[in-house]
Design a protein around this ligand. Sequence first.
Ligand SMILES: *Cc1c(COP(=O)(O)O)cnc(C)c1O
Length: 368
Amino acid sequence: MDNRINVTRSSMPLLDEYVEEIRGLWDSHWLTNAGSKHEELRQKLKDYMGVGHLELFTNGHMAIELSLAALGLDHGEVITSPFTFVSTTHAIVRSGLTPVFCDIDPADYTIDASKIEELITDKTVAILPVHVYGNICRIEEIQDIASRYGIKVIYDAAHTFGETYKGKGIGNFGDVSCFSFHATKVYNTIEGGAATYNDPDLDAKLAQIRDFGIVDEEKISYVGPNAKMHEFSAAMGICNLRHVDDEIKKRAKVSQRYRERLEGIKGIQLNALQPDVRSNHAYFPVVFDEEVFGASRDKVFDILNKHNIGARKYFYPITTALDCYKDRFDPNKTPVALQISKKILTLPIYADLPVEDVDRICEVIISG
Ligand SMILES: *Cc1c(COP(=O)(O)O)cnc(C)c1O
């Protein structure tokens, strides 16, 4: 299966560049626990993302869980979207919180801000929306609701590395924004993640919580896991950061080509372009309306697969329909999310995906 086109392909620096970056570790023998690479990456990411405060983690999931913990959220209800990667819902449930699912906007698949307020009860402690596919949520509306009710906002910003909204780094909104640097994301540290925020008190809290709750050798104040990023991941992050702008530019070209080929075809809905957003072109989701297009999402998926093209049914099922949540949540309560999850397909996109491959993918979709 040499010529298979996968849905994504991890970005890597040249081997020599990485080797140069890690060489010093053989002198220092300092491999983890906020080493020099970790601190260098932290500073560089703050600059690149234009945020005041940032903490690094082993992965994006721990960034979400430990941000909830650092904000003191350990019981009550959290309003969130079921149209996401399972991590978002798991983070809420694993933290002892109760997710309350809000439906999504059919235009950009983010949480439908007009339906949030009716879900608020006296138990609501936070809203945890997802900037899904890199599409930005209704930030002002969400903040307005949160401020009026005195509740927190934690963004799952796993898909939005490098994005800006109205010229500001996307990590500046809400109480905390959580990013994933997983190998399959636009920017990676192999595995990794970060939380960004404005409250300086969270610096020490997050650093302690992600290190077993250790304050100092004799004082342990919190029951925390181990979620520290190590030096080899940080070094990968430093290398990949040098190239990420280039990679995003190349992704934009792939995305543009898809649009040229698929725009205007009846029964195909492309991702809406958002004003005021600098996009990172993380994903290329397409919604198929079977009656108009003539083939279902599942049919298109199978045909692409036969041609050795790996699209993904992302996000299907929605998290409320997953096995582990079967008897707990009801997917029918968010009918728009449920419907879209059955019609959506994300097409292959990565920086070095050749234009000829994009054309071939579109050809297969159009002619079946
Ligand atoms: C990838 C992802 C996460 C989890 O990030 P990891 O780094 O894989 O732990 C959380 N939410 C969303 C929406 C994601 O896509």
